[in-house]
Write a protein that binds this ligand. Structure first.
Ligand code: NAP
Length: 508
């Protein structure tokens, strides 16, 4: 175990096994603790990393699943060997509490190990075989086999709100490496030191398992042209991204405009509506209100699955729900946000609600500096449907209650939502009829439907979908969490009449 006080970032990029310094530096802006200097990424460094990734693909893309599983497990081991140092720098840079960093580390190593066992099972290869029918009339059928193959070097953008589980060795990286694709990570400027120590762990695993050095590179950010050069690089075949709608859309457009367009798997914004059905409200409206406040304020509301909107009927049961949520939110203390920019965006988002006559403040607060206090507003369905800005994500602990007159208006509202990562129904048995009306509508809107729960806390498993129709994600056929996320980095190839000696190992 490394000593907690040992890790001081050197601020370099990791390009194909070597730590490389650029010409200029930027200073990290930690929530607490010392700031460090980091080398600014450049398009030239991106080019070096992509070329090394392409070269590595010629061996890494043809490794056995056993070898890649060993590599993924070694990365997990190396992250665990640096556990305390990762937690220390991670909490300093992001302001997230220690417990959160520890939990996220477990999720990160769990994901790596899950992918190791997933590829060993081999189901993801989707192997198919149509045997030859030489006597078929009028034409014979050839022998055709299909298997999923890795697509080549992949770009990954580290997310600000998950410094471990969605960053350097996070879900996108784990899925791509499991598939057989080398990865070039564009580090997030909010946690460059955390990125560096995790990259160090990946390098140690590369050396331990004899993988080609170019299989992983980390280019720190500092300037916008790094990300732009990465998604436009001709050797990059797909992009995994978690972040804002604006940033994601800009990068998606660059991918689409390339001479050879590539898929951009962006996981963007979502308000994750909750539909509170009347019988459940009558039975336990206040309890659900308190639970909502807990979900809304978890991690200062900086989750893409934060349930920002609650749809509830007018009347006393709905009033009790709102009162309980407001009461619980009032007791919440200020929490540090991930960056100054995200804290400012939260204040700006809140002021969008302040200035609207049709929106009633239930609990309004003034957040100071990099901290956030919760806010709660209320409006009605007619206003919500007219005012597009009310449906835009506010990244932070802000809730909006939309009051509806009854079941018809609730369904109308459900039909009006844009694509979402999640949609939740709170219901009791007596609500089944209304829930049956909502489910077909909501399954067209969201990647994950929940009953009687809160969407924060995304299980990493085989059946998870973390994605959804635009703008929740840029590719509704994909998920960025769970084993199905490996699909993003695979391509089906048919092999017609190839002798065994020419087939990929997974088809022999
Ligand atoms: P972001 O601004 O979208 O940035 C994410 C990554 O994309 C960063 O590495 C950023 O580089 C890069 N990037 C963004 N726009 C770019 C462009 N036009 N060209 C090239 N690269 C670009 O997201 P963020 O920094 O994580 O947080 C800002 C906001 O994103 C939050 O306030 C929140 O609204 C939203 N957010 C959403 C989620 C979610 O899960 N849906 C998660 C986190 C944040 P630079 O750092 O160099 O700009």
């Amino acid at each position: 175990m490394l000593d907690k006080s040992v890790f001081t970032p050197h601020g370099k990029h990791l390009i194909a096994g070597a730590w490389v310094a650029g010409e200029t530096t930027f200073a990290s802006e930690p929530a607490h603790g010392p700031s460090h200097e980091f080398s600014v990424g450049t398009p030239a460094l991106v080019d070096q990393a992509c070329k090394a990734a392409e070269e590595a693909f010629w061996t890494y893309g043809y490794t056995t699943r056993e070898a890649r599983a060993e590599f993924l497990n070694a990365i997990a081991d190396e992250i665990e060997a640096r556990a305390e140092a990762i937690t220390e720098i991670g909490t300093q840079e992001t302001g997230l509490p220690e417990g959160r960093l520890q939990g996220e580390r477990g999720r990160t190593t769990g994901q790596l190990r899950l992918f190791a066992s997933h590829i060993l099972k081999g189901d993801y290869l989707d192997r198919r075989h149509d045997e030859a029918l030489p006597d078929r009339q009028p034409l014979p059928r050839p022998d055709i086999k299909l298997v999923m193959r890795p697509i080549g070097p992949v770009a990954v953008f580290g997310a600000s709100n998950f410094p471990l589980a969605f960053s350097t060795a996070g879900g996108d990286t784990a899925a791509a490496l499991a598939a057989g694709c080398p990865v070039v990570v564009k580090g997030h400027g909010a946690h460059p030191g955390t990125g560096e120590i995790v990259a160090e762990a990946i390098l140690a695993a590369i050396e331990k398992t004899g993988m080609p050095k170019g299989v992983f590179s980390l280019v720190q950010g500092g300037k916008r042209d790094v990300g732009q050069a990465l998604v436009q690089h001709p050797l990059i075949n797909a992009v995994g991204f978690t972040g804002s709608l604006g940033g994601g859309r800009a990068l998606f457009d660059l991918c689409a405009q390339r001479e050879v367009p590539i898929p951009f798997f962006g996981e963007l914004g979502s308000v994750n509506p909750m539909f509170l059905l009347p019988e459940a409200m009558k039975a336990r409206g206040a309890e659900i209100g308190t639970g909502w406040a807990g979900s809304l304020t978890m991690g200062a509301g900086q989750f893409c699955t934060n349930p920002g909107i609650a749809v509830v009927e007018t009347g006393p049961a709905g009033d009790a729900f709102v009162a309980a949520a407001a009461e619980a939110l009032k007791g919440a203390s200020a929490q540090c946000m991930l960056t100054d920019g995200i804290a400012q965006a939260y204040k700006d988002g809140k002021s969008r609600f302040d200035g609207r006559n049709a929106v009633k403040p239930v609990l309004t607060t003034d957040s100071e500096g990099r901290s956030a206090l919760p806010n709660l507003f209320e409006t009605d369905a007619a206003n919500y449907l007219q005012d597009h800005a009310l449906g835009e994500e506010v990244f932070g602990p802000l809730g909006l209650v939309v009051r509806v007159s009854g079941a018809d208006e609730m369904e109308e509202l459900a039909r009006g939502f844009e694509g979402q990562l999640t949609a939740t129904i709170h219901m009791d048995e007596g609500d089944t009829g209304l829930a049956q009306r909502l489910v077909p509508v909501l399954e067209r809107k969201a990647g994950r439907l929940l009953v009687n729960g809160f969407p924060t806390g995304v299980e990493v498993c085989d059946a998870m979908v973390h994605g959804g129709p635009y703008p929740a994600s840029t590719n509704f056929g994909a998920t960025s969490v769970g084993t199905l996320s490996i699909r993003r980095f695979l391509r089906p190839v048919s092999y017609q009449n190839l002798p065994d000696a020419l087939l990929p190992g997974d088809l022999k």
